[in-house]
Ligand binder design. Structure first.
Ligand code: HEC
Ligand SMILES: [Cu+2]
Length: 405
């Protein structure tokens, strides 16, 4: 008897610990439990509904179970006593068949409804019943990065998808190598991308400005787990401005500094076979039109010059094992790589950057819990920073420490 209670206690204890651990999982910019988009909200509602139903069933079963255990426990009486034997009870059997059916219906109706709503990629209709122009983006997944081409706008970018808030953005999605899965948990559910020629469609509607994190959700190779990307939601006006700025870029622009100019030439000689600047649909490697505005290098690596030089020199071999820049044949002096880095980090054609995602749900401080080691390193530097004014504009991770204090 005693032992049974102990193991039950242990189970409850384990559940409590698990709940605590899981509650730490959700980062606001990467959590299906803190929806910031139309689709994510529907999915969240379904989760809550099914949890409520499950809890209801759980409580009812536990109550009956406890009642029966107590009421019908062994009594002090003749050990040969045999209780009244019953067999079959129509009322009860009907009841416990009907109740689950009702519960399943309560769950099924909104699930089916939302499934169709989420798959709906027909144009939005305004109050007068007129069809609105849809903003379509062609999304291509590749080992281990994402490419985005704004349909009809002559704008291409990679890794960081800019979208306007409160407007449905339509994605037409495929893969250029293996199956990947596009997932921005705060905004919508997952969608697979296939290399076989068929395109999948989905929509994104972000309700708040912010930089939302996306993950590849289909095992696609050694760097699958770091095939990260971002969705940057800015106001509709800012988005228009961004598009116009991006449209101006031809890739021929001469950078200001002489070093960057040399970098540009080196880039043209060594890198242009795989990378494009401007709307050129080169898809062996990411489009670098606004590379200067990236929040992360290659989706996951801290964005700074040192890492960029290392990326160029090692072709990302250790930062993203198995990535296809490793196929590149160039050999460069460190000095040359630095010049290229200077050129690339200056590629910022628009004033609209992730900083404009004002009410950003992704703040540097949030990151410290994801990258605990960095936090320590910054602790050492924080003294030097004390006098420096805090500007929210500094997207650098150095602000993390201060944000938290
Ligand atoms: C063989 C084709 C190829 C060549 C040549 C090449 N790259 Fe890449 N590059 C890639 C691929 C593929 C990726 C994506 C890697 C990943 O994230 O998995 C990449 C990623 C990058 C990134 C990160 C982009 C981002 O959006 O964050 C930078 C920066 C970069 N390359 C710079 C260069 C430079 C500089 C050169 C020339 C010195 C160069 N690449 C030459 C294929 C190439
Ligand atoms: Cu992938």
């Amino acid at each position: 008897m005693m032992k049974g209670w102990m193991s039950k206690f242990k189970a409850v204890f384990a559940l409590v610990v698990l709940a605590l651990v899981l509650s730490g999982c959700g980062e606001p910019f990467l959590s299906a439990l803190q929806p910031k988009g139309e689709g994510a909200e529907m999915i969240y509602d379904l989760m809550i509904l099914s949890i409520v139903i499950m809890l209801f069933v759980f409580v009812v079963v536990i109550v009956i179970y406890t009642f029966v255990i107590i009421k019908y426990r062994q009594k002090k009486q003749d050990p040969d006593f045999i209780p009244k034997q019953t067999e079959g009870n129509h009322a009860l059997e009907t009841l416990w068949t009907v109740i689950p059916i009702i519960l399943l219906l309560i769950l099924a109706v909104p699930t089916v409804q939302y499934t169709f709503a989420l798959a709906d990629t027909s144009p939005e209709v305004n109050e007068e019943g007129e069809e609105q122009d849809s903003l379509w983006v062609n999304v291509t997944g590749a080992q281990y990065w994402w490419h985005f081409e704004y349909d009809g706008l002559e704008v291409s970018t990679s890794q960081e998808l800019y979208i306007p808030t409160d407007r449905r953005v339509y994605l037409s999605m495929s893969s250029q190598d293996v199956i990947h899965s596009f997932w921005v948990p705060s905004i919508n559910g997952k969608m697979d991308v296939n290399p076989t020629g068929n395109t999948n469609e989905m929509t994104l509607l972000a309700q708040e400005e912010g930089v939302y994190w996306g993950k590849c959700a289909e095992l696609c190779g050694p760097s699958h787990s770091i095939m990260d990307f971002k969705v940057v939601a800015v106001s509709p006006g800012e988005f228009e401005e961004w598009v116009q700025d991006m449209q101006q870029v031809t890739g021929e622009e001469t950078p200001e500094s002489a070093t960057a100019q040399e970098g540009q030439e080196l880039f043209a000689d060594n890198c242009m076979s795989c990378h494009a600047i401007g709307a050129d649909p080169n898809k062996i490697g990411p489009n670098l039109t606004n590379f200067g505005d990236r929040t992360k290098l290659a989706g996951v690596v801290d964005y700074n010059k040192e890492n960029l030089v290392e990326w160029i020199q090692t072709k990302g071999e250790e930062m993203k094992p198995g990535n296809h820049m490793m196929d590149a044949g160039y050999e460069l002096e460190d000095e040359e790589a630095e010049k290229i880095a200077e050129y690339l980090m200056g590629l910022s054609p628009s004033d609209i950057t992730t900083e404009n995602a004002e009410d950003s749900v992704y703040k540097d401080s949030d990151l410290s819990s994801l990258f605990p080691e960095e936090e320590e390193e910054e602790g050492e530097q924080s003294e030097d920073e004390e006098d420096g004014e805090e500007s929210d504009e500094e997207g650098s991770s150095e602000d993390e420490e201060n944000d938290e204090e």
